[in-house]
Ligand binder design. Structure first.
Ligand code: GCB
Length: 632
């Protein structure tokens, strides 16, 4: 179902290939390093990446969809496992005298809400892993000379889409947004769309079989139709130049705008009205126009002052209006510099788990609640684990002034020697960066979490790191590494560290190893002269369960871990950030302990019902009083 091509390009690396039906556009990025370039390909129907898709006028397809649970996928495959020509995507209606039975009827099928995971919508689907069919009818009036795209915020994990019975695309990966051209399938008047979404865990998927979170399936994020003119902007990157970052009055905004369907020589325009900046640049043969222009009196985006400017982009009939912040981020020696000044990242890790109701988060309210708690904790930084979070989170982080670590789902032990798996990871990385590069809040692209230290792993993730750096040289590359121990010395020497700008490490002193007090006698040897973020530490506590400091699962025990961790972390000279595990309890099938976990990872500082545990206040005090970490 999912074909992958992997090719090697010796000098020029083909890093990104957006293709739409009838239109082809190739963005070539040159690097001096030979890279593996890969694409998960679905013929001419490959989905494309759009930056700021949610800023385009859209016809929402959110709401109630008919749904059919199909554990054997008999809606797509025949009894000899051949792809059916008359699968359930045809949405056939039985007529009297039909020479064959039609064994499904979307009109009579139960509904599922979109966006939303299916697991938390119907009790019988809580543990379901497999394909489910979705269908809905909609009216549409296409404009002349336009392209229509189906915009899918995320569908976990593999998804197929048909409009009026015609296949429009297939997609791999559960946490990134994608856009499928539907122009030739959609018509004026009434239409129907059918989707099949399959959340089966597979060894050669990204992530793979094992994760410590619930495998929420379905159309988990917003879904809409977007109309664009024949020539349109698909991706852009505008950021504050670093070299000029010193002189307040001579700041430079640089980047590029990429278009599909435009003619070489045609002008694209960028305007920032509040700064009186208006400039244009011609598109080259590669579909790209480069920008480099001065701005005066720009107020840089920062956690203290998250200033956003209206930025208008135009190409002929196409236009996008975005709200953007401008800031720089760099690593210098063991420091992280934000807008040229050293910063310490007071963070917290967050899963995309919906507060109060559980399930996959997707709404403004979810984002405001989760990030609101992070602000209350005194954070200036959030680690959005363990996969790209949705657009509403990133927009809220931009607005609220929270720096973001954005992570791809290369989690634990993938098939690192399988080129098809690399192609899948690369595709998800391209989608993550291409979709989200307009957010000032994101400062770190994280390549992986707790992967085994093997040569195949190191090569795999180094390839991803080089790709991310080539796609976006304006941000820092990190990964959460495992730490080794020699007695009471923690050693950070994982080979992958060489490929990173900022080293992330996870450790669980006091929970998975030893006792909270062990932190008092632990010291650290870090083999890299680079900034270090302790990207996880913590322990489980059930809200309301009390006992002594040494009674596991109690709030007191968790609080004790934090009490002993913070002074130890302060002894790491190059510590530039922390993001303890985790803001809120989240569902995980690995956590069955009855009466305590009940299928929730309880390392949250806040319960899934919004109750704050003692450790929340310990970390809050340290953040507010500035007693953890140093910027330089
Ligand atoms: C980890 C993982 C995280 C788990 C956490 C835990 O090291 O990175 O995904 O949820 O530990 O609670 O065990």
């Amino acid at each position: 179902m999912c074909l992958s091509i992997v090719r090697s390009f010796p000098i020029t690396s083909l890093l990104f290939i957006p293709v739409t039906r009838g239109l082809a556009s190739i963005l070539l990025l040159c690097t001096s390093i030979p890279l593996l370039a890969a694409a998960v390909a679905y013929g001419q129907n490959a989905p494309i990446v759009l930056t700021s898709a949610d800023r385009r006028l859209a016809t929402s397809l959110n709401g109630e969809w008919s749904s059919i649970v199909d554990p054997y996928f008999s809606g797509l495959f025949s009894f000899h496992h051949e792809e059916k020509k008359n699968g359930w995507f045809l949405n056939q209606k039985a007529k009297p005298g039909d020479p064959f039975p039609i064994e499904y009827d979307y009109a009579k099928a139960p509904k599922l809400k979109v966006p939303g995971d299916w697991n938390t919508q119907r009790e019988s689907l809580l543990y379901y892993e497999g394909p489910i069919w979705y269908e809905r009818d909609f009216a549409f009036q296409p404009k002349e000379h336009s392209h229509v795209f189906l915009h899918v915020g995320a569908a976990n994990y593999h998804s197929w889409f048909w409009i009026n019975g015609k296949k429009i695309c297939e997609h791999d990966g559960g946490f990134t947004s994608f856009n499928c051209e539907v122009t030739s399938a959609i018509h004026a008047g009434s239409n129907f769309i059918v989707a099949a979404v399959d959340n089966t865990r597979r060894e050669d998927n990204v992530p793979t079989l094992e994760t410590d979170w619930w495998n929420y399936g379905g159309l988990t994020r917003e879904i809409s139709l977007i109309e664009v003119p024949e020539a349109f902007i698909d991706q852009f990157d505008l950021h504050l130049g670093k070299a000029e970052g010193k002189d307040e009055n001579h700041l430079v905004i640089e980047g590029w705008v990429h278009v599909i369907g435009g003619k070489a020589g045609e002008n694209t325009e960028v305007q920032i009205p509040e700064l009186g900046a208006k400039t244009s640049a011609a598109i080259g043969a590669d579909g790209r126009a480069a920008f480099h222009f001065n701005v005066n009196s720009l107020q840089r985006w920062s956690p203290e002052s998250p200033k956003l400017y209206k930025v208008a982009l135009r190409l002929g009939m196409d236009s996008i209006e975005e709200l953007m912040g401008f800031r720089t981020v760099e690593a210098r020696g063991t420091q992280i510099l934000l807008n040229g000044k050293p910063i310490f990242l007071r963070g917290i890790s967050i899963h995309a788990e919906a507060p109060y109701r559980t399930g996959r988060a997707y709404s403004h309210k979810d984002a405001e609640t989760l990030l609101g708690w992070a602000k209350e904790l005194g954070c200036n930084f959030v680690r959005l684990a363990h996969y790209p979070h949705d657009e509403t989170m990133l927009r809220a982080a931009d607005r609220m002034g929270l720096l973001v670590w954005s992570e791809n789902p290369v989690y634990w032990a993938l098939q690192f020697d399988n080129p098809k798996v690399l192609a899948k990871a690369e595709q998800q990385l391209d989608e993550e960066i291409g979709t989200s590069r307009n957010h000032a809040a994101i400062i770190l692209w994280s390549m992986a979490n707790e992967t085994p230290n093997t040569p195949a792993r190191t090569q795999f993730i180094t390839t991803l790191a080089e790709r991310a750096r080539a796609l976006d040289p304006s941000r820092l590359i990190t990964a959460a590494l495992l730490v080794r121990a020699d007695g009471h010395t923690k050693i950070v020497d994982d080979q992958l560290g060489k490929a990173l700008d900022v080293i992330g490490v996870n450790e669980y002193i006091g929970w998975y190893e030893q006792h909270p007090e062990t932190a008092d006698v632990t010291d650290w040897r870090i083999e890299y002269q680079k900034p270090l973020i302790v990207s996880e530490f913590g322990g489980d506590a059930k809200f309301g369960l009390h006992g002594g400091e040494n009674d596991r699962w109690t709030e007191e025990y968790q609080a004790n871990i934090f009490r002993h961790q913070l002074p130890m972390l302060n002894r790491i000279p190059q510590l530039r950030g922390v993001s303890p595990w985790i803001l809120m309890d989240f569902r995980s099938p690995n956590r069955p302990l009855v009466g305590v976990q009940d299928e929730f990872n309880r390392k949250g500082l806040i319960s899934d019902q919004g109750q704050k545990k003692q450790a929340f206040f310990i970390l809050q005090k340290a953040y507010k009083e500035g007693t953890v970490g140093k910027a330089e």
